[in-house]
Write a protein that binds this ligand. Structure first.
Ligand code: OSB
Ligand code: MG
Length: 372
């Protein structure tokens, strides 16, 4: 392994508007970037998708710092000089769970490996497109005002987004869906409940079928597999899983059990881009649609996600929105929407770098650890 040093950078990026979901409200994205430095001075970058508190999943930023520095870095001692991305994944597998930490560290190493070979991540993963269709995930207005929601959705549609995803929870579902569907009868529309319903809500969720939705994302708890089967049977709207899908095996189980027919692939949630690609390949072989999820990424995480979303099985628009949907100032050159799409980076590795002055401005903490 040519990587000699790892730096963790903790950044605070104010969001352009609060992002409220069924599990909480984010006002500032508290995010960790991983920088890997090789003996030849090649710098690789990756983003850890963990949030500051364990609301979306069990992972959170302080925990990720501990897992990366105290538990994952030591596993790399076994990785030799010529070893590639598959060996890094295998070495880290001795640590249970913590996929977001694994994804962040392994992707920074992968970025170095690709830059050393002048290979773009999209090419390495098997991308077949040079632009990806973009959707947008719309939070619950903190005021719970429908006119405010319509205003926000209207702005995104005017900007060109090709699909709208509304965050829902019990008490915020039929009314906002009705209002958006009424205002835009043709717009591709889907929901994301982030686990906020229960099996007892099957009939309630089935009543949302009338809004002609692309899918419901993760209505029930991540471990409620049988509950998702029941909801899938009750609803005409297809069920998609996000939080439940942690591996190729869980994606296979979801499809075989009939718990979900569509998979949201987030590289952080599944431990990295290699497993994300494997899940894509499995779903592609079964003709099950996949799409690329998001975790309010900066340009670093976004660049890699857009490379992934360029694979052929990503047939639904992703939560891969433009930088300005999230941040006034992104840490990289901003990703911009062009006719509802974003161009796939073409440079080596993830194809983007942080802008040094912006990185310095946004950084609230950093540390440096030698590898080996
Ligand atoms: O469940 O998909 C989710 C953001 C943070 C945590 C979880 C989720 C989300 C989003 C936003 O829905 C996706 C994005 O635009 O990055
Ligand atoms: Mg989700």
């Amino acid at each position: 392994m040519s990587v000699e040093m790892i730096r963790l950078h903790r950044l605070h990026l104010p969001l352009v508007r609060p992002f409220r979901t069924s599990f909480g409200t984010e006002v500032v994205r508290d995010v960790i970037l991983v920088e890997a430095v090789s003996s030849d001075g090649v710098h690789g970058w990756a983003e850890c998708s963990a949030m500051s508190w364990p609301g979306y999943s069990h992972e959170y930023a302080d925990g990720a710092i501990d897992v990366i520095t105290q538990h994952l870095l030591p596993t790399l001692r076994e990785v030799g000089g010529d070893d590639g991305p598959q060996d890094v994944r295998a070495a880290m597998s001795v640590v249970r769970g913590h996929p977001m930490s694994k994804s962040a560290l392994s992707t920074a190493l992968l970025d170095v490996w690709l830059r050393e070979r002048a290979l773009p991540l999209a090419t390495y993963l098997g991308a077949t497109r040079d632009r990806v269709d973009c959707g947008v995930s719309v939070g619950i207005p903190t005021t719970e005002s429908i006119p405010e929601l319509l205003d926000e959705v209207g702005g995104y549609l005017a900007a060109g987004y090709r699909r709208i995803k509304l965050k829902i929870e019990p008490g915020w579902d039929a009314a906002p869906l009705e209002a958006v569907r009424h205002a835009w009868p043709e717009v591709p529309l889907q929901t994301d409940a982030n686990q906020s319903y229960t099996r007892a809500d099957a009939a309630h969720l089935a009543a949302l079928d009338e809004f002609d939705l692309l899918l419901h994302e993760q209505p029930l708890a991540e471990d409620d597999w049988y509950g998702h089967v029941l909801i899938s049977q009750a609803c005409r709207t297809p069920i998609c899983m996000d939080e439940s899908i942690l591996s190729v095996e869980s994606a296979d189980s979801a499809l075989r059990f009939g718990a979900a027919s569509i998979i949201n692939i987030k590289p952080g949630r599944v431990g990295g881009y290699l497993t994300a690609r494997d899940i894509h390949d499995l779903c592609w072989s079964r003709s099950a649609p996949v799409w690329c999820g998001g975790m309010l990424e900066t340009g670093i995480g976004r660049a890699a996600n857009i490379a992934l979303a360029a694979l052929p099985g990503f047939t639904l628009p992703g939560d891969t929105s433009a930088s300005n949907r999230y941040y006034e100032v992104d840490v990289t050159e901003p990703f911009v929407l062009d006719d509802g799409q974003i161009a796939v980076p073409t440079g080596a590795g993830i194809g983007v770098d942080p802008i040094p002055e912006v990185l310095a401005d946004l950084t609230v903490w950093s540390t440096e650890v030698r590898v080996g």
